[in-house]
Every structure is written in structure tokens, then in C-alpha cells.
Design a protein. Structure first.
Length: 102
């Protein structure tokens, strides 16, 4: 069995990369990928904590399955919005997107 610290280290690395991508990138697709990295970091922590118990809990894996389904739905809606913005503006730079405002 892998040590728990390696899961937390990987999760912290994914979280740091995701936050860096959110803070520095202006492309909508890169921001969407950064959010997905943050989701994956949280899912990895949930599975690691579920494996901590003896016997391992299945509820952690079930929660992660639901979280992955929600992330897929969020990605589909986000990509649809990005596609619409690209059709309207011919660019997906978030600084230039003003036509979608209310």
C-alpha cells in the first residue's frame, strides 16, 4: 500500500498547478483545464482518505464517481459557452469577451 503522504504530495502539486493556471492564464480553455486539475486534486484526496481506514471505505470512491460526473457536466457546459464566445468574438481571450455580459 502506498504511503498516504505520496497521495497528498501529488494532490498538492495538482492543486498548485491548477491555482497557477487560474491566476496567470487568460485563455478560457486553459482556465477550464485548471479548474479540472483542482477537481482532480480534491478527488485524489477523497480517495486517499477513504483508503486510510481498514477496511477501505467504498463511500469515498462513490463520492468521487459523482464528482467526476459533475466535472464532466461542468466541462461540457463550459466548452459550449467557450464555443459560443468564439463564434461571437473570434477569440477566447477572457479580457476581450464583453458581448456576453448581461
Amino acid at each position: 500500500m502506498e504511503p498516504l503522504a505520496s497521495f497528498f504530495g501529488l494532490s498538492a502539486t495538482l492543486l498548485a498547478i491548477g491555482i497557477y493556471g487560474l491566476a496567470t492564464k487568460r485563455s478560457a480553455i486553459r482556465i477550464l483545464f485548471s479548474v479540472e486539475l483542482i477537481y482532480n486534486a480534491a478527488n485524489l484526496n477523497i480517495v486517499a482518505f477513504a483508503r486510510l481506514r481498514n477496511p477501505p471505505l467504498v463511500t469515498g470512491q462513490v463520492l468521487v464517481i459523482f464528482s467526476i460526473a459533475l466535472a464532466a457536466m461542468e466541462a461540457a457546459v463550459g466548452l459550449a459557452i467557450i464555443l459560443l464566445a468564439f463564434r461571437l468574438n473570434s477569440d477566447i481571450d477572457l479580457r476581450k469577451m464583453t458581448r456576453l455580459k448581461g
